[in-house]
Design a binder for this molecule. Structure first.
Ligand SMILES: Nc1nc2c(ncn2[C@@H]2O[C@H](COP(=O)(O)OP(=O)(O)OP(=O)(O)O)[C@@H](O)[C@H]2O)c(=O)[nH]1
Ligand SMILES: [Zn+2]
Length: 211
């Protein structure tokens, strides 16, 4: 069974729920984690840990399921011709990703806007695109750009704006150990780049969630 098939379930809140896994992959990853537990000085046979390698393998499969999703097809599946040319903003989209350097979580919010150019897109598809790119090993900058490029290239709007604000556990629970730092990234195209007023309007609309 492919990982994609393994990810067929969808819960009501729109998040992908795994109810079948790629057993081959789970077994291979779990075997490595059993070894890792030993290397860390643990006893992988003790009661609490017996199933841990399999649990971790399943968790990792979930946390990286974005590799099997085609974000542009998500958008294409719900594009509608519509004569609406004002800014559409979807803000406060929860983001959970993992930094590719330490494989530790970073999480926060994405705020996304586009200005239609003949087509609008089903609103839920925008958070789905965010999930498709964030459920991979990432850096926040690339994640921001990938979301922007996907919406721009698929929907061809007058412009796209993406702002992300995230906390990185690799900066708080280890390393430099800064508990409250938040990283903000942004990416714009079209009118959001060329027109200061449009960009300012977007930033004003999302400001309430930036403090
Ligand atoms: N630009 C960027 N850097 C990130 C992101 N996530 C983690 N990092 C950084 O990746 C860098 C990796 O640096 P290295 O010096 O190779 O790793 P390290 O020795 O573990 O670094 P420290 O975290 O400073 O202890 C660190 O500075 C992290 O803060 C991200 O999304 N974007
Ligand atoms: Zn990191």
């Amino acid at each position: 069974m492919s990982t994609k098939e393994a990810l067929n379930g969808e819960s009501r809140d729109g998040y992908v729920k795994i109810d079948r896994y790629n057993d081959e992959k789970i077994e291979a990853v779990a075997a490595h984690y059993k070894d890792i537990l030993s290397q860390l000085g643990e006893d992988p046979e003790r009661e609490g840990l017996v199933k841990t390698p399999e649990r971790v393998a399943k968790a990792l499969q979930y946390l990286t399921h974005g590799y099997d999703i085609k974000p542009d097809e998500i958008l294409k599946s719900a594009m509608f011709k519509e004569d609406y040319s004002q800014m559409v903003v979807v803000k406060d989209i929860e983001v959970y990703s993992m930094c590719e350097h330490h494989m530790l979580p970073f999480f926060g919010k994405a705020h996304i806007a586009y200005i239609p150019n003949g087509h609008i897109v089903g609103l839920s598809k925008i958070p789905r695109v965010v999930d498709a790119f964030s459920r991979r090993l990432q850096v926040q900058e690339r994640l921001t750009n990938e979301i922007r490029d996907c919406i721009q290239n698929t929907l061809s709007p007058m412009g796209v704006a993406v702002v992300m604000e995230c906390k990185h556990l690799c900066m708080s629970m280890r390393g430099v150990q800064k508990q409250n730092s938040v990283t903000t990234t942004s990416a714009f195209t079209g009118t959001f780049l060329s027109n200061d007023k449009t960009r300012a309007e977007f930033l004003r609309l999302i400001t309430a969630s930036l403090d």
